[in-house]
Design a protein. Structure first.
Length: 201
């Protein structure tokens, strides 16, 4: 039997794909003695040095220590054994690279004597978790300049709060419960409180 002649397959006609324009090119002048990776290497070494210094600060304290200043140390994780500082009252973590609110407060919530925490200018994102309610002595909490989107209503159980700063975040509103329980609140930044609320002076 003679073979049936089939139709010749031709190329399908379609729209021509237009390649995207390449990004603009900017010439960079490097110093004569520049070595590949030198800048990155120096940055990493500097970061490691700061992290080591932060760890030495923590390890140099004991359970009776009250104050710890770890600002601008390029930390993306809290130093080991910080949770052992059970009598710590003041903690400054301003200007680091901390990003996980869940992980952060799971550790800080073990330091139940904390009165003042400064977490401004980090990279914190997501929600302040329920574990924050362990910090019942907390009076001052600075969260300015992060990417936080919401706050657990459990924060209202920190009834001694006098200063609370959530400015420059992504929070649309605060839990209404805090305005019923924070009787001594003097300073509230960023979020507009319910109608009729006036911080005590």
């Amino acid at each position: 039997m003679p073979k049936k002649k089939g139709k010749k397959k031709g190329k399908k006609k379609g729209k021509k794909r237009i390649a995207p324009e390449p990004p603009p090119y900017y010439a960079v002048k490097l110093p004569e003695n520049y070595l590949f990776g030198e800048v990155i290497g120096k940055s990493l070494f500097a970061k490691n040095d700061l992290e080591d210094e932060a760890q030495r600060k923590v390890d140099g304290l004991n359970a009776k220590s009250l104050t710890l200043d770890l600002k601008k140390m390029q930390l993306d994780e809290l130093p080991l054994r910080l949770h052992r500082l059970i009598n710590l009252t003041t903690l400054n973590l301003q200007g680091n690279n901390l990003f996980s609110t869940e992980r952060l407060f799971s550790i800080l919530s073990q330091c139940k004597e904390l009165v003042e925490i400064n977490l401004s200018y980090n990279m914190l994102n997501g929600s302040i978790p329920d574990t924050v309610d362990n910090l019942v002595r907390l009076q001052k909490l600075n969260l300015h300049g992060n990417e936080i989107t919401s706050i657990s209503s459990n924060l209202s159980r920190c009834e001694m709060m006098t200063e609370f700063d959530v400015s420059n975040n992504k929070i649309a509103e605060l839990p209404v419960e805090i305005f019923d329980t924070w009787k001594d609140l003097q300073t509230l930044s960023k979020v507009v409180p319910p109608h009729g609320f006036e911080p005590r002076t």
